[in-house]
Design a protein around this ligand. Structure first.
Ligand SMILES: [Mg+2]
Length: 308
Protein backbone atom coordinates (compact mmCIF):
# COMPACT_ATOMS: atom_id res chain seq x y z
CA UNK A 1 0.00 0.00 0.00
CA UNK A 2 1.40 3.41 -0.85
CA UNK A 3 1.45 5.92 1.94
CA UNK A 4 -1.20 8.53 2.29
CA UNK A 5 -0.04 11.69 0.54
CA UNK A 6 -1.85 13.89 3.04
CA UNK A 7 0.70 12.93 5.68
CA UNK A 8 3.16 15.78 6.08
CA UNK A 9 6.66 14.54 5.44
CA UNK A 10 10.11 15.95 5.74
CA UNK A 11 10.92 14.62 2.33
CA UNK A 12 9.15 12.92 -0.57
CA UNK A 13 9.12 9.10 -0.56
CA UNK A 14 10.83 6.99 -3.18
CA UNK A 15 8.36 5.55 -5.68
CA UNK A 16 7.69 1.95 -4.61
CA UNK A 17 4.30 0.98 -5.96
CA UNK A 18 4.74 1.61 -9.66
CA UNK A 19 1.58 -0.19 -10.77
CA UNK A 20 -0.59 1.81 -8.44
CA UNK A 21 0.79 5.06 -9.85
CA UNK A 22 0.40 3.95 -13.48
CA UNK A 23 -3.15 2.69 -12.88
CA UNK A 24 -4.21 5.96 -11.27
CA UNK A 25 -2.88 8.13 -14.09
CA UNK A 26 -4.40 8.72 -17.52
CA UNK A 27 -1.87 11.21 -18.88
CA UNK A 28 1.83 11.50 -18.20
CA UNK A 29 3.41 14.89 -18.80
CA UNK A 30 7.13 14.64 -19.30
CA UNK A 31 9.66 17.40 -19.10
CA UNK A 32 12.32 16.70 -21.75
CA UNK A 33 15.83 17.75 -20.77
CA UNK A 34 16.98 15.68 -17.81
CA UNK A 35 14.04 13.27 -18.19
CA UNK A 36 13.97 12.06 -21.80
CA UNK A 37 17.40 13.24 -22.89
CA UNK A 38 20.45 15.01 -21.56
CA UNK A 39 21.68 17.46 -24.16
CA UNK A 40 21.80 15.30 -27.29
CA UNK A 41 21.89 11.94 -25.55
CA UNK A 42 18.85 9.80 -24.88
CA UNK A 43 18.55 8.66 -21.25
CA UNK A 44 18.72 4.87 -20.78
CA UNK A 45 15.49 2.93 -21.07
CA UNK A 46 13.37 5.83 -22.35
CA UNK A 47 12.03 4.21 -25.57
CA UNK A 48 10.99 1.05 -23.71
CA UNK A 49 9.31 3.08 -20.97
CA UNK A 50 7.33 5.22 -23.41
CA UNK A 51 6.31 2.10 -25.37
CA UNK A 52 5.15 0.37 -22.20
CA UNK A 53 3.06 3.38 -21.13
CA UNK A 54 1.50 3.67 -24.59
CA UNK A 55 0.70 -0.06 -24.60
CA UNK A 56 -1.23 0.51 -21.39
CA UNK A 57 -3.26 3.20 -23.15
CA UNK A 58 -1.66 6.17 -21.43
CA UNK A 59 -1.58 9.55 -23.12
CA UNK A 60 1.91 11.02 -23.24
CA UNK A 61 2.64 14.74 -23.50
CA UNK A 62 6.05 16.38 -23.59
CA UNK A 63 6.23 19.79 -21.98
CA UNK A 64 9.28 22.01 -22.28
CA UNK A 65 10.05 25.59 -21.31
CA UNK A 66 12.57 25.84 -24.12
CA UNK A 67 11.10 28.33 -26.61
CA UNK A 68 13.92 28.27 -29.17
CA UNK A 69 12.23 25.52 -31.17
CA UNK A 70 8.71 25.09 -32.51
CA UNK A 71 6.68 21.91 -32.05
CA UNK A 72 7.73 20.75 -35.48
CA UNK A 73 11.41 21.40 -34.73
CA UNK A 74 11.09 19.48 -31.47
CA UNK A 75 9.49 16.62 -33.36
CA UNK A 76 12.72 16.40 -35.39
CA UNK A 77 14.77 16.18 -32.22
CA UNK A 78 12.66 13.25 -30.96
CA UNK A 79 12.99 11.62 -34.35
CA UNK A 80 16.78 12.06 -34.38
CA UNK A 81 16.90 10.30 -31.02
CA UNK A 82 14.83 7.43 -32.43
CA UNK A 83 11.61 8.29 -30.58
CA UNK A 84 8.34 8.44 -32.40
CA UNK A 85 6.45 11.36 -30.92
CA UNK A 86 3.77 13.31 -32.75
CA UNK A 87 3.85 17.11 -33.00
CA UNK A 88 0.53 17.27 -31.18
CA UNK A 89 2.11 15.53 -28.20
CA UNK A 90 4.70 18.28 -27.79
CA UNK A 91 4.03 21.41 -25.76
CA UNK A 92 6.91 23.86 -25.93
CA UNK A 93 6.62 27.33 -24.44
CA UNK A 94 6.97 28.77 -27.98
CA UNK A 95 3.68 27.05 -28.83
CA UNK A 96 2.19 28.14 -25.51
CA UNK A 97 2.82 31.79 -26.37
CA UNK A 98 0.91 31.46 -29.64
CA UNK A 99 -1.80 29.33 -27.99
CA UNK A 100 -2.24 31.97 -25.30
CA UNK A 101 -2.72 34.73 -27.88
CA UNK A 102 -5.26 32.54 -29.66
CA UNK A 103 -7.06 31.82 -26.39
CA UNK A 104 -7.63 35.53 -25.78
CA UNK A 105 -8.56 36.21 -29.42
CA UNK A 106 -5.59 38.50 -29.92
CA UNK A 107 -6.59 40.67 -32.90
CA UNK A 108 -5.10 39.57 -36.21
CA UNK A 109 -4.60 43.19 -37.24
CA UNK A 110 -2.28 43.77 -34.28
CA UNK A 111 1.36 42.74 -34.31
CA UNK A 112 3.57 40.80 -31.96
CA UNK A 113 7.10 41.95 -31.27
CA UNK A 114 9.36 39.00 -30.47
CA UNK A 115 12.45 38.96 -28.30
CA UNK A 116 13.49 35.35 -28.70
CA UNK A 117 14.43 32.75 -31.27
CA UNK A 118 13.00 30.98 -34.26
CA UNK A 119 10.59 28.68 -32.38
CA UNK A 120 8.37 31.58 -31.30
CA UNK A 121 8.29 33.06 -34.82
CA UNK A 122 7.34 29.70 -36.34
CA UNK A 123 4.48 29.15 -33.88
CA UNK A 124 3.13 32.69 -34.37
CA UNK A 125 3.26 32.13 -38.12
CA UNK A 126 1.33 28.85 -37.83
CA UNK A 127 -1.27 30.52 -35.64
CA UNK A 128 -1.72 33.25 -38.24
CA UNK A 129 -0.45 36.22 -36.26
CA UNK A 130 1.56 39.16 -37.58
CA UNK A 131 4.96 39.36 -35.96
CA UNK A 132 8.44 40.76 -36.30
CA UNK A 133 11.71 40.95 -34.36
CA UNK A 134 13.43 37.76 -33.26
CA UNK A 135 16.81 36.81 -34.71
CA UNK A 136 16.47 39.48 -37.45
CA UNK A 137 16.96 42.20 -34.82
CA UNK A 138 20.06 40.53 -33.44
CA UNK A 139 22.42 42.66 -35.53
CA UNK A 140 20.71 45.97 -34.90
CA UNK A 141 22.63 48.65 -33.08
CA UNK A 142 21.73 51.96 -31.51
CA UNK A 143 23.58 55.04 -32.60
CA UNK A 144 23.28 57.52 -29.79
CA UNK A 145 23.59 60.85 -31.61
CA UNK A 146 22.18 63.93 -29.87
CA UNK A 147 18.41 63.99 -30.23
CA UNK A 148 18.24 60.41 -31.49
CA UNK A 149 14.83 58.84 -31.09
CA UNK A 150 13.84 55.25 -31.83
CA UNK A 151 10.57 54.91 -33.69
CA UNK A 152 8.32 51.99 -32.83
CA UNK A 153 5.24 50.43 -34.36
CA UNK A 154 2.10 51.58 -32.57
CA UNK A 155 0.30 48.51 -33.84
CA UNK A 156 2.28 46.16 -31.61
CA UNK A 157 -0.24 44.72 -29.16
CA UNK A 158 2.00 42.13 -27.51
CA UNK A 159 5.67 41.66 -26.76
CA UNK A 160 6.70 38.01 -26.35
CA UNK A 161 10.00 37.42 -24.56
CA UNK A 162 11.85 34.10 -24.46
CA UNK A 163 15.41 32.85 -24.37
CA UNK A 164 17.42 34.82 -26.94
CA UNK A 165 21.11 34.31 -27.58
CA UNK A 166 21.04 37.38 -29.84
CA UNK A 167 19.66 39.60 -27.10
CA UNK A 168 20.79 43.23 -27.33
CA UNK A 169 20.00 46.78 -26.27
CA UNK A 170 18.02 47.49 -29.45
CA UNK A 171 15.54 44.76 -28.54
CA UNK A 172 15.24 45.94 -24.94
CA UNK A 173 14.48 49.47 -26.01
CA UNK A 174 12.08 48.39 -28.76
CA UNK A 175 10.15 46.06 -26.48
CA UNK A 176 10.11 48.67 -23.73
CA UNK A 177 8.66 51.33 -26.05
CA UNK A 178 5.89 48.97 -27.17
CA UNK A 179 4.97 47.92 -23.64
CA UNK A 180 5.15 51.41 -22.16
CA UNK A 181 3.67 53.45 -24.98
CA UNK A 182 1.17 51.26 -26.81
CA UNK A 183 -2.08 51.26 -24.81
CA UNK A 184 -2.98 47.76 -23.60
CA UNK A 185 0.18 46.16 -24.99
CA UNK A 186 0.69 42.70 -23.44
CA UNK A 187 3.98 41.57 -21.94
CA UNK A 188 4.24 37.78 -22.31
CA UNK A 189 7.12 35.60 -21.12
CA UNK A 190 7.63 32.07 -22.40
CA UNK A 191 9.37 31.25 -19.10
CA UNK A 192 11.46 32.83 -16.36
CA UNK A 193 14.03 30.06 -15.99
CA UNK A 194 17.12 31.36 -14.20
CA UNK A 195 19.48 29.05 -16.03
CA UNK A 196 19.50 26.78 -19.03
CA UNK A 197 21.87 24.09 -20.34
CA UNK A 198 23.29 25.37 -23.60
CA UNK A 199 26.28 23.12 -23.10
CA UNK A 200 26.81 20.44 -20.52
CA UNK A 201 29.93 22.22 -19.18
CA UNK A 202 28.12 24.84 -17.09
CA UNK A 203 24.80 26.55 -16.43
CA UNK A 204 23.97 29.48 -18.73
CA UNK A 205 21.77 32.52 -18.08
CA UNK A 206 18.24 31.44 -19.01
CA UNK A 207 15.09 33.05 -20.40
CA UNK A 208 14.53 34.71 -17.03
CA UNK A 209 17.47 37.02 -17.71
CA UNK A 210 15.88 38.45 -20.89
CA UNK A 211 12.49 38.73 -19.20
CA UNK A 212 14.15 40.41 -16.20
CA UNK A 213 15.63 43.12 -18.39
CA UNK A 214 12.16 44.08 -19.64
CA UNK A 215 10.73 43.92 -16.11
CA UNK A 216 13.41 46.36 -15.05
CA UNK A 217 12.73 48.86 -17.81
CA UNK A 218 8.92 48.64 -17.88
CA UNK A 219 8.32 48.08 -14.16
CA UNK A 220 5.74 45.52 -15.25
CA UNK A 221 5.42 41.81 -14.52
CA UNK A 222 4.91 39.52 -17.50
CA UNK A 223 2.23 36.96 -18.05
CA UNK A 224 4.16 33.67 -18.05
CA UNK A 225 2.86 30.89 -20.32
CA UNK A 226 5.53 28.23 -19.58
CA UNK A 227 6.14 26.23 -16.40
CA UNK A 228 5.45 26.75 -13.51
CA UNK A 229 2.46 28.82 -14.65
CA UNK A 230 -0.57 26.58 -15.18
CA UNK A 231 -1.51 27.92 -18.62
CA UNK A 232 -0.21 24.84 -20.47
CA UNK A 233 -1.83 22.49 -17.96
CA UNK A 234 -5.18 24.24 -18.26
CA UNK A 235 -4.86 24.22 -22.03
CA UNK A 236 -4.07 20.49 -22.07
CA UNK A 237 -6.87 19.66 -19.68
CA UNK A 238 -9.30 21.58 -21.89
CA UNK A 239 -7.97 20.36 -25.20
CA UNK A 240 -7.95 16.68 -24.28
CA UNK A 241 -10.73 16.77 -21.70
CA UNK A 242 -8.53 15.32 -18.96
CA UNK A 243 -9.14 15.66 -15.27
CA UNK A 244 -6.06 17.15 -13.63
CA UNK A 245 -6.09 14.60 -10.83
CA UNK A 246 -5.42 11.93 -13.48
CA UNK A 247 -2.33 13.71 -14.78
CA UNK A 248 1.14 12.96 -13.47
CA UNK A 249 3.89 15.51 -14.13
CA UNK A 250 7.32 13.93 -14.41
CA UNK A 251 10.30 16.27 -14.26
CA UNK A 252 13.82 16.85 -13.00
CA UNK A 253 13.39 20.40 -11.64
CA UNK A 254 11.64 21.24 -8.42
CA UNK A 255 10.98 24.94 -9.04
CA UNK A 256 9.54 24.50 -12.53
CA UNK A 257 8.34 20.93 -13.18
CA UNK A 258 7.20 19.85 -9.74
CA UNK A 259 5.78 23.25 -8.86
CA UNK A 260 3.98 23.27 -12.23
CA UNK A 261 2.39 19.91 -11.42
CA UNK A 262 1.41 21.03 -7.96
CA UNK A 263 0.04 24.38 -9.15
CA UNK A 264 -2.11 22.46 -11.61
CA UNK A 265 -3.41 19.98 -9.03
CA UNK A 266 -1.65 16.96 -10.59
CA UNK A 267 0.40 14.11 -9.22
CA UNK A 268 4.14 14.74 -9.37
CA UNK A 269 7.13 12.47 -9.85
CA UNK A 270 10.68 13.82 -9.59
CA UNK A 271 13.40 11.97 -11.49
CA UNK A 272 17.00 12.26 -10.40
CA UNK A 273 18.34 11.88 -13.97
CA UNK A 274 18.63 15.65 -14.47
CA UNK A 275 19.58 18.68 -12.39
CA UNK A 276 18.16 17.71 -8.98
CA UNK A 277 20.14 15.39 -6.72
CA UNK A 278 18.78 13.41 -3.79
CA UNK A 279 20.67 15.77 -1.46
CA UNK A 280 18.97 18.79 -2.99
CA UNK A 281 15.56 17.13 -2.68
CA UNK A 282 16.17 16.21 0.95
CA UNK A 283 17.85 19.47 1.95
CA UNK A 284 16.00 21.33 4.73
CA UNK A 285 16.22 24.41 2.47
CA UNK A 286 14.00 22.78 -0.14
CA UNK A 287 10.30 23.39 0.36
CA UNK A 288 9.03 21.76 -2.85
CA UNK A 289 8.30 18.07 -2.35
CA UNK A 290 6.92 15.89 -5.15
CA UNK A 291 4.54 13.03 -4.39
CA UNK A 292 7.35 10.59 -5.24
CA UNK A 293 10.85 10.51 -6.56
CA UNK A 294 12.74 7.90 -8.54
CA UNK A 295 16.08 7.65 -10.33
CA UNK A 296 14.87 7.72 -13.93
CA UNK A 297 11.71 7.03 -15.90
CA UNK A 298 12.79 3.49 -16.80
CA UNK A 299 12.10 2.69 -13.13
CA UNK A 300 8.48 2.53 -14.30
CA UNK A 301 9.31 -0.61 -16.28
CA UNK A 302 8.11 -3.82 -14.62
CA UNK A 303 11.45 -5.65 -14.78
CA UNK A 304 13.27 -2.87 -13.04
CA UNK A 305 10.46 -2.39 -10.54
CA UNK A 306 10.64 -6.07 -9.64
CA UNK A 307 14.39 -5.88 -9.19
CA UNK A 308 14.21 -3.01 -6.64
MG1 LIG B 1 14.38 19.40 -17.27
Amino acid sequence: MASNSSVIRASAPKLENVDELIDSVETFLFDCDGVIWKGDKLIDGVPETLDMLRSKGKRLVFVTNNSTKSRKQYGKKFETLGLSVGEEEIFASSFAAAAYLKSINFPKDKKVYVIGEDGILKELELAGFQYFGGPADGEKKIELKPGFLMEHDENVGAVVVGFDRYFNYYKVQYGTLCIRENPGCLFIATNRDAVTHLTDAQEWAGGGSMVGALCGSTQREPLVVGKPSTFMMDYLANEFGISKSQICMVGDRLDTDILFGQNGGCKTLLVLSGVTTLDMLQSPKNSIQPDFYTNQISDLLPIKAAAV
